[in-house]
Design a binder for this molecule. Sequence first.
Ligand SMILES: Nc1ncnc2c1ncn2[C@@H]1O[C@H](COP(=O)(O)OP(=O)(O)OP(=O)(O)O)[C@@H](O)[C@H]1O
Ligand SMILES: [Mg+2]
Length: 360
Amino acid sequence: MQSSSYPRYYAGFEVGSGISGLKVIPVDGLPMGQDLVTLPSFLADGDISLLLKSGDTDATLSSILQPGDYVLSWQDRTYFLGNLLAHGTYRDNAFNDERRYWSDHAQMLLLCLACILIPERCFELRLVTALPVSLYNRERRQLVRHALSQTYHVTFNGREREVIVRCGYVAMEGQGILIHYGDETSEQAVIDIGERTTDLIAASGQRLIGRLCKGDQFGVGQLVEDLQQMGLEHRRKITTEKAHALLQAYAHQQPYPPIKTANGHLAAEHITTTIEQSIQRLARPLSSFLAGAWNVEEAPPGSQFDTIYLGGGGAYYFEKIVRATLQDCHIITIPEPQDANICGYADLAQALDEDRWEMH
Ligand SMILES: Nc1ncnc2c1ncn2[C@@H]1O[C@H](COP(=O)(O)OP(=O)(O)OP(=O)(O)O)[C@@H](O)[C@H]1O
Ligand SMILES: [Mg+2]
């Protein structure tokens, strides 16, 4: 396939089970106002005419869209994302469907994130993305690479766009942290605790050691479920968004958004206790997963590594448990742990050889 003359961007992309994100680096090196964006990993089917109905009689799509509202149309289908999710139908995060890493789920999230960041009508993305350890194999990596690499004609918030995507490499989830923070020579590892998956990556320099890379299905999502259960005990429906807002407030020691009940609202101490008990409930499975994966003879688990990097949004909640389990290890909790992977994938995209971008 011929390469285009459109403006090009290197890009790091992640389809998280909770949050998806894109980081771009313009090939021409010109600075951008914003180069990283995240969205909840949900799509809903959208109906633009229904949306227009609720506005003025002469309303146009662009006149009724508010910041954070995203409408994407592709191949006769219209999707609502971001703040418009609640206005759509069949809201879905494709959880439990491994195809979500290469199906239209991943494609639409990618295109929406890219159109938010990139102003040009036509542009090319040179992309690196990832699969969780539990799904990482040659066949699925090929599927991702080929499915995402296309020329897309879409309409984003009422404006036509042409987006050429070339996926040059599919990494192992967590490897972005290794690329962004790790070095070229030492024995190093990454713990990436996400919404639903926890990925353990081990490497000698930048070379992965497959038998020490493991994935399991737990993460911050269990805290969300426990908060929702707490709500039900008080006859309140706590949405996933609200639960995330409570967790965010807990992590950054901010006041909780109020949860109203029939006769007042839930006490802050009660919410804190629920979150702390929920974190504690995960202590055993998380500890035994870590200790089992990186067990070594005659020395504490994890002690084969010079440095272990802790990342993913779960770092805000599970750092204490990780440090208690691997107490003899040198653990670095990375800054902005939820964004480190996509920065690493974008770095890798920039470093790949030119022939990687030719699709066969
Ligand atoms: N800045 C933050 N402060 C507090 N909590 C956060 C922050 N960013 C993310 N989180 C929490 O961490 C959770 C997991 O985030 P992360 O982006 O690592 O998961 P994911 O990549 O979507 O999931 P998975 O890796 O399982 O596919 C989020 O759902 C959110 O609750
Ligand atoms: Mg993740």
